[in-house]
Write a protein that binds this ligand. Structure first.
Ligand SMILES: [Zn+2]
Length: 359
């Protein structure tokens, strides 16, 4: 029986309840033994959510973390890979600007944050690790190339699918650029036009690396047609790959969000706090998914933060607390139950991104 068939036969509510059980009370951060390797494809089933995350300070146990933010930024450079000083900044300055925002999130009950700036948008894991350590908030960083609109560094554009796969696997298993910090997921991107050959090369390499390591893939994908195409390609590589549709709120046709949820895609609404006038629309989409039995597919985040090198004080930053301070209250007022909110904000990110420990 395939996983899809199991899902079809099992009442969705029951799956949702099973998902809520491991969401333990918020406790101490538990760093686990770094020598335990993470699992490969056989363990990477779409509904797995036990195990660990390779955070920048070391692996942490994927349970009892409280609210997890699946899509944020601490340090991002959108000037393009050939800009002078690309991806670099004064570390102390980044800590001074960003630490308070992470501390504020931690104090509200955030236990883990996924930093979504991959190769091509100025990834700097040493700086992110420093901010994470200073703030006492675990952060997970990605491998993968942001392949759209000329963001991809020339060296990665030139690499073959095999070479890219090897790079992603190395960053997931051994660490990034000699830092010893392991990537915890694979971040890629598409534009609104049909997938380019370059975007597809990065996608296929991401799929092969995901299959080998059990890592999830998160893709900046503004239109559902591209999400569908990406999912079809990944299914042809390995049906067990977990795929997170980043910026799903950009698609106005909510039928497509449900349709992709039936394929076990994670539907991420990640612009919370940018335009509170849209909250009602997002809440309606969440309620439709819950009613249809796909609450276990929903992810919520802010896409906030953004220290941008090259700008005074790194530009103007946005905090990570709108979900907890405002949006959850709106969900409750709209009738969404506490258990569903905990599933969405605490358990679903573990299910989406969690690695299983090797036996
Ligand atoms: Zn983002």
């Amino acid at each position: 029986m395939t996983r899809g068939e199991i899902h079809a036969r099992m009442p969705r509510l029951m799956l949702a309840l099973i998902a809520v059980i491991p969401a333990l009370a918020l406790g101490e951060i538990v760093y686990v033994d770094d020598s335990v390797p993470v699992g490969g494809t056989a363990e990477a089933g779409k509904s797995d959510f036990t195990g660990q995350f390779p955070a920048t300070q070391g692996p942490i146990r994927a349970e009892g973390l409280g609210v997890i933010l699946p899509h944020e930024h601490i340090f991002t450079d959108l000037r393009g890979p050939t800009a002078a000083g690309y991806g670099q900044a004064n570390e102390a300055d980044v800590v001074r600007v960003m630490r308070p925002l992470l501390v504020e999130a931690r104090q509200r009950g955030v236990g883990l944050l996924f930093e979504c700036s991959g190769l091509g948008v100025g990834r700097n894991v040493a700086i992110i690790a420093k901010v994470s350590r200073e703030a006492g908030l675990p952060v997970v960083v990605p491998t993968g190339v942001y392949g759209r609109d000329g963001f991809a560094p020339p060296e990665h554009q030139r690499m073959t699918e095999d070479q890219l796969t090897q790079l992603f696997v190395k960053e997931l298993r051994e660490g990034i650029e000699g830092t010893g910090i392991r990537a915890g997921f694979i971040k890629i991107a598409t534009g609104s036009a049909p997938l380019t050959a370059l975007e597809e090369k990065f996608l296929r390499a991401a799929g092969r690396a995901a299959s080998q390591t059990g890592a999830a893939i998160a893709s900046h994908t503004p239109v559902s047609a591209n999400a569908s195409r990406q999912v079809a390609i990944l299914e042809s590589i390995d049906p067990a790959i977990r795929f997170i549709w980043v910026h799903a709120q950009s698609e106005n046709n909510r039928t497509m969000q449900r349709q992709l949820a039936t394929k076990e895609v994670y539907i991420e609404f990640d612009n919370l706090g940018w335009n509170p006038g849209q909250d009602g629309t997002i809440i309606a989409a969440i309620q439709e998914l819950l009613t249809a039995g796909y609450g276990d597919r929903i992810l919520l985040s802010h896409d906030a933060g953004w220290y941008q090198p090259g700008q005074p004080n790194g530009g103007s930053q946005k905090g990570y607390i709108y979900l907890i301070d405002t949006f959850i209250g709106k969900l409750k007022a709209a009738g969404v139950e506490e258990a569903a909110i905990r599933m969405i904000t605490e358990t679903n990110p573990i299910r989406a991104f969690g690695f299983r420990s090797a036996p």
